[in-house]
Every structure is written in structure tokens, then in C-alpha cells.
Design a binder for this molecule. Sequence first.
Ligand code: HGY
Ligand code: MN
Ligand code: MN
Length: 413
Amino acid sequence: MTMSVDEQRLTEELDALAAISEVPAPAVTRVVFSDADLRARAYVKSLCAAAGLLVHEDPVGNTFARWIGSRPELPPAGTGSHIDAIPNGGRFDGTVGVLGGLEAIRALQRGGFHPRRSIDLVIFTSEEPTRFLIGCLGSRLLAGTLDETAGEELRGGLDGSSLNEVRARAGFRGPLASVRLAPGAYASFAELHIEQGPLLERHGNDIGVVTAIAAPASLRIFVEGEGGHAGAVLMPDRHDAFLAAAEIALAVESAARSSGSIDTVATAGVCDIFPGVVNSVPSRARLDLDVRDIDQARRDEVLRRIEQACDEVARRRGVRFRIEPINADPPAACAPEVIDAIVRACEARGLGYERMISRAYHDSLFMSRIAPTAMIFIPCRGGVSHRPDEYASPEAIANGTAVLADTLADLSA
Ligand code: HGY
Ligand code: MN
Ligand code: MN
């Protein structure tokens, strides 16, 4: 079977999708269930329908575009990723796996391939934690790691609406319990994604074959101090909530740096201060933390040290802390049979590849709970991601798409 990727068309579609954003290019902002997200969903669904795929959406907006195989009763081979983008993010994170997945299917169609197993392209809802604070919301529900209470408990957006309220406004109804897929619902899952790191470019390799996905944890720390007049309260009498939070943020960095491994990372990505006026001592502060490691025990040790630091700062500064865990997930080991299919595709095409871990999390982290899963990485310039200057070349995207097409042909035969 001769099969070729239409690089030009894929580039144009990625550009068209990038233009559906709440902010001007080159940045992309496309928060789940925002107007931009809904327009982007409509655009991608129209491309899937034009390719003759059968499109359906589940109650949380996970979207499935199926190429029906000759044995439709068999569990399909899956691929896919996400189209939501963090505020002021890049245009390739997630979208390469969705539009590259679609082009991989079209390339197989053009090449005259007929899958035995159906092939599903999945667009997962809310991979980014921007709105509901927890990442991979759609794939978590698919994998059954979040239950129906998430519909009411998860509150996001400026008005604090619940997931159920927000998804209903976006037109997605029905019980969240019905989102869950049974293990074995997919025969395999392979996700194409930009590396979001520098190694492939640094090593001069075309493809990263992902063997494991790091274990993410996120948590909120609320600090209660004592407010007051910025001019009248003397320094020895202060219980400044922001400065206590600042010490915690530094303790987060120190715990990650001193874990003994380069694989441990931690970030205080959000800091809110109340009342947030220049001449008032902060009475409350809130930190949102992101802690990861490929080794779960080492990650959990960082979480423990953060808690220890909170206690120490609370005593010394006379403030109170409350820690609200958001998620603490195990890492994923990718499936040898999917890894081998990706390697075969790279070798058949003479593409340079290396096995590697994913430091970013992806929907594959949760799909691996219900199906043999692995990922295909392509290089991104300087390893930059989650920034407007995120960039992957048309050639790199086409290479990844071709490897994905071969892998899907292999796994759906
Ligand atoms: O944060 C992550 O790892 C992913 O890009 N959402
Ligand atoms: Mn991302
Ligand atoms: Mn992503």
C-alpha cells in the first residue's frame, strides 16, 4: 500500500484551527466550552464528516469520529488528542494529534487501506486544567477515574458554575456516568503529540516513542493571615498571607530541586492575593501547585515536604494553611505492542527515533487505564510549548502523521 500525507492540507487545517481563538495570533486561547472551543469543535467535526467518519459526542463533549472497519463488532483502534488550549498558549499542543490523526486516516483511505477493526479519532474534552483545575477531565471520565459527582463538585470559570451547568450551556447533557468506557473498549490507543521538550531536536531525531508518562499532581494551598493598613501595622506585628505563600512557593521549588532526580518538577503557577490593593497587608493568599515526576514515590515525597513546609511557616509567621488536593495520579507505562508498532513504522520509513518518557501529561495517561496505549512525539522548536512561539515544522508534523498512519494500519489490521 503506498500512502502519503497531504502536508499542505494538514498545514492549512492547523492554521485554520489556530485562528479560532479568543486572542490574536500567534497566541491561542481556547478554553473548554468557551465560544472559541465550540467553534473549533464544529470545524473539526465538519472535517471528520467530510472524510466520511461517523461522528458522535458523549455527555461531557468527548467527540468520537469513527472509520468503520470490516469487523465493526471488534473493539476499535483509537487515536486522538485535544483542541482546547491554555490562555496565551500555542497552536500545536493537542491539535497535531487531532488533525494529524484525521490526516492519517485520510491518507490510509487514499492509499486504499481497509481496516478490519474500526479506527476512532477521539477529541477529548478539557485536557487542560484551565477551567476546572483538573487536567484530562474528559479522558478521566472515560477511564472511570472521576465519577458522576464531578459534575457538581468541579466548579470553574469566573462565575464558579459547576461542570454540569457549563456543559449543559454548551449543549452537552446526559449522565456523566455514561461517559465511562469499559476496559477493552479499545483494542489500542496511539496519540500523536509535540514533545513539549528539547530532546528530539537536541538529538536530531524525527520521532519520540513514548514508553512512560509522568505522574501529575496538583493542589491548592489557602493561606489565612491578618490584613491591615500598609502604613499603620508595624512589621513585627504583621501576619502577611502573601509572604507566607511566597515562602511556600520557594519551598516547592527547593523540594523539587533536592529530590535527587532531574525528573522531579514543581511549579506554583497561580497566586491570588486578597484584598490585592497596594496599601493593604494581604490577609489571604492562594497558591495553585503542579508537581510531577516519573516516579510516584518521589513525587509523593515532594508533596509531603510541601506540607511540612506549610506547618513550619504557619508556626513562624502566625498564619493558617489549608491544603486542597486536586489530583495525584500514578504514572503510565506504555504498552509494548503499541510501542513496537510505532518502532516498526519508524524503521520502515527510515526515520530517526528514540524511546523516551513524557514529562507532560496527556489523555493517553488515562486511556492507558482502559487500553494498550503509547504515544508518538515530534520535535518542537527549542522544546517550547504552552507559549505563543510554540512551533513544529510541517515536515515534522507530516513525519509524525505518517508514522501514526502506519501504526493505525498495523493495529487495526
Ligand atoms: O500540563 C500538561 O502536561 C499538559 O500539557 N496539559
Ligand atoms: Mn498542554
Ligand atoms: Mn497537550
